[in-house]
Design a binder for this molecule. Sequence first.
Ligand code: C2O
Ligand code: CU
Length: 466
Amino acid sequence: GPGGRVSRRSFVTGMFAAISAPVLDRAADAATRAQRPWGTLLRARPTRMELGRRQVSTWAYNDGVPGPVIRATAGGTVRARLVNGLPEPTTVHWHGIRLAFPMDGAPGLSQRPTQPGETFDYVFTVPDAGTYFYHSHVGMQNDRGLYGALIVEDPHEPLGYDVEYTVVLDDWLDGVNGTPDEELRRLNASEEHDDTIRSSALGGVAGETLYPYYLVNGRPKGDPVTFAGRPGARARFRVINASADTAFRFAIGGHRLTVTHTDGFPCTPVTVDTVMLGMGERYDLLVTLGDGAFPMMAVAEGKRAKAYAVVRTSRRAAAPRRGSRVPELNGRMLAYRDLDAHRADHLPAPARSVRVRLGMEPSGNEWTLNGRLYDDPLRLRVDQGETIRIVLENESPMWHPMHLHGHTFQVRGKTGRRGPRKDTVNILPRERLWIDVHADNPGEWMFHCHNLYHQEQGMMGLFGYG
Ligand code: C2O
Ligand code: CU
């Protein structure tokens, strides 16, 4: 089959209720190997998929949402051939990778967008191990299902674990036909959505758009994916928020989460009950699996909805009830100040700093960096080899997960304390955060809010050399 939902589902009939992520990963790997020398073939095209009991139209890579998991080894090369079967131009951006500028997939900057019927070959070295993802960087295409996980393995992996799972969270919207308002209203009133969990744990919201579905690995809560393992196993969950307009608060019922990596980079491990992921952020979590069947829950912050999956280590255990409570969601939540990069990943002290104000136009329809829209963008200029501090000040009532292409930065505490290495950082309303960037990768890089609506409505600047 074409690798869509239906064939995956029929494959597991008689086994667990759904297939586990590692099996999907291995299938994707086999596909990758079979397609040398072009590594992964990414066919972007309109397709149909099953969501719950509905057949829907979407856009996807290789007819699957998420697209195939791409795996590489640090220091190795990723080869991916994009074949554009969409009715619009497109590009692929490799989110978080410190790659050579021409491969960045930034339309109009690093490449001319790939036209319908054309192909584009992405070939680049991946210097750092970690959890990344790829997505279209044209318009709202990411919101239509054009995304997938990119895992860069460490050839000398220091973290001992028995099994790993890739968990991709998304807010899915029928961006092809448009989900009719009437249907959205019906879905929001139905049990797909849950009015017991509306929350804004950190104040303000990351997004406002209501979506018909919130997905874990392409599956809605009514037809959840199962992550199967054995009791006592040390499991590594690579959690990616690929959504356009939703921050997720993530927890696994009955389990604590040891955070080992942020946006791919290792940090001093911290154990918490729940983590918040802004759009574009990733966390790697080590979990010792209990015995039974447990709800995995990702609350869509500020919305009456959640994404849901099952972690199962026993065939006999009853499935967790759909409405089950996950008290961990209200337990200790990870904060950036809990995290520190490994010493070897600390950046040199910055010689200068620049201020970037995150603002909203009075109309509420345009989002700005230092008062500017992308039409006439904010330009941050750096010299090769220098380290600069960017002081991000949120003067608006919403969250902004700010993302810098081609680099990772170090989040700094107010007292100058070191913090985690990241490429996407959430700035809450009226909050101020410092990030230090070492300029070591020449190019004309995008620096933008990863709320896709904000990005499209102006909230993007440039980080360039010379
Ligand atoms: Cu994941 Cu410019 O974005
Ligand atoms: Cu924003």
